[in-house]
Write a protein of this length. Structure first.
Length: 94
């Protein structure tokens, strides 16, 4: 995945799937940190309520200074998910 994303650049989706406690969230947080460090923006959709700003701050101490580059969406039901994707569509097409 890392090799693929480096060669293709941004704008691609990857599914990371494994059992609980396998490090999926840490991979996501490290990816956010590396993307923000490179000066790019990040869209993060948290459908499970698992995002931890404290953990993000541990991984990337500059997170608070860069947080304006993170579009964070936290839908909790289908209607909110629909609204989140409409927001994404508007944001990306601006």
């Amino acid at each position: 995945m890392i090799k693929d994303s480096k060669s293709k650049g941004s704008g691609h989706n990857y599914l990371i799937q494994h059992s609980a406690g396998s490090g999926k969230s840490n991979i996501a947080l490290c990816t956010i940190a590396n993307t923000l460090k490179s000066g790019k923006k990040v869209i993060y959709i948290d459908t499970e309520g698992s995002f931890s700003s404290d953990r993000m701050q541990q991984i990337y101490p500059e997170f608070e200074k860069q947080s304006e580059k993170l579009l964070f969406l936290k839908p909790t039901n289908f209607n909110e998910q629909k609204e989140a994707f409409e927001t994404l569509h508007k944001t990306i097409n601006v």
